[in-house]
Ligand binder design. Structure first.
Ligand code: GDP
Length: 366
């Protein structure tokens, strides 16, 4: 057989001198990073107000960052965005895992976007730090919304205490509103404290429940039910319809036992199916009705003002706590004091007093 490549005149397999091998570090990547870092406060604000979602995302990343230099830019951006914020309907959506939050948010979201406007879906998930990666606000859980051009989905900020995580979500609401998002959903898992945090930043608190064994009311923390402006029983489809209706009756009866809410609004209980898209219009009808009701009787303003006050105190508390626990002297004293309390060499009160005295002593010296 003839092998043309063995012929000396054959040039096919020789390596031509070509261009230099590029560096394994992508130079463009570096450049885009430094561009991001160079955005000024005004660039951020300008981008956000012009509804640039990429810049909005970058600003939210700064809000979530624990680095002091990021925080100081973030705080300035938030302050400058404040005049553009506030014009939205903020809805908290809560339910235990498996209640159907993501399925429901997907269909609720598409429903509200049918009439136009823009929707941001945020989340508060105090467990996300432990599980390294949030399960709430995850785009893959809201398939249709995730690809909708008018939606912005952001998972729960991961770092810090529940108060810290919640404050970041509240600040993100401000940025989203300034970027033209007129509907905000805040998702949380229905297990307790995080509801209080969500309740303190939304206009309407929606609790998703399931019909189950008939004794479902027992499993629900009273405090969560008292916060709800609407309770919706999901999975009212197929053979589950009657059970869902029965659960709705039980919830309505239970709600009668609570004191009348400050808003004057009687929380409603509805059944629906997120999966089969049944009863969604009625849920929005309820929320619209509530908004008209509280705007007319002035409670809408009262609640937002109360929330602002709450967040002022929350922010003060958080900063004081951080300042205390990040103090070098305190950091060095804590393990020993903790040991002394555990071994009953010191009472908790005296140990706390010693630490606080040391902290305030340090402050005076500064
Ligand atoms: P989440 O954990 O609260 O976000 O709940 P998911 O939205 O992930 O739903 C949990 C499971 O319940 C999934 O398997 C859904 O397909 C199912 N599911 C959600 N909504 C409905 C519904 O309306 N009817 C029925 N039959 N199943 C549903």
């Amino acid at each position: 057989m003839e092998h043309p490549e063995n012929n000396k005149a054959y040039k096919g397999l020789t390596v031509n001198s070509g261009i230099e091998k590029p560096s394994s570090v992508n130079p463009y990547l570096n450049r885009s990073r430094s561009i991001k870092r160079e955005l000024s406060v005004d660039d951020f604000v300008d981008g956000i107000v012009k509804e640039n979602v990429t810049i909005l995302s970058q600003a939210v990343t700064l809000v979530e960052s624990v680095k002091p230099e990021h925080q100081s830019i973030a705080q300035e951006v938030i302050e400058k965005c404040l005049p553009y914020s506030g014009h939205s309907v903020r809805i908290g959506i809560s339910g235990v895992p498996g209640a159907g939050k993501s399925t429901s948010i997907d269909v609720f979201g598409l429903h509200v976007l049918e009439k136009g406007g823009k929707l941001a879906v945020l989340a508060i998930d105090p467990s996300s730090e432990r599980s390294k990666g949030s399960i709430l606000g995850d785009k893959t859980r809201m398939e249709q919304l995730a690809v909708h051009p008018s939606s912005f989905i952001r998972p729960s900020p991961a770092a810090g205490s529940l108060g810290g995580v919640a404050r970041k979500t509240r600040e993100t609401i401000i940025l989203c509103e300034a970027a033209g998002f007129d509907k905000i959903f805040v998702e949380t898992v229905g297990v307790g404290q995080s509801e209080t945090a969500v309740h303190s930043m939304v206009d309407f608190f929606l609790l998703i429940q399931l019909a189950g064994t008939g004794d479902e009311l027992q499993g629900i923390k009273r405090g969560i039910m008292e916060m709800a402006d609407g309770i919706i029983i999901n999975k009212a489809d197929g053979s589950n319809i009657d059970k869902a209706k029965l659960a709705a009756t039980q919830f309505r009866n239970a709600l009668h036992l609570f004191p009348a809410p400050e808003s004057g609004w009687i929380p409603q209980v509805l059944t629906y199916s997120g999966f089969y898209n049944l009863g969604i219009k009625e849920i929005w009808g309820m929320i619209d009705e509530y908004m008209n009701f509280v705007k007319e009787n002035g409670y809408f303003e009262t609640r937002r003002n109360e929330q602002s006050k709450y967040w002022m105190y929350e922010t003060i508390n958080e900063h004081l706590r951080d300042s205390f626990y990040n103090n070098e002297k305190i950091k060095s004293m804590l393990p020993e004091k903790e040991r002394q309390v555990l071994s009953a060499d010191l009472t908790s009160f005296i140990a706390a007093r010693n630490l606080l005295d040391a902290y305030f002593g340090e402050l005076k010296r500064d």
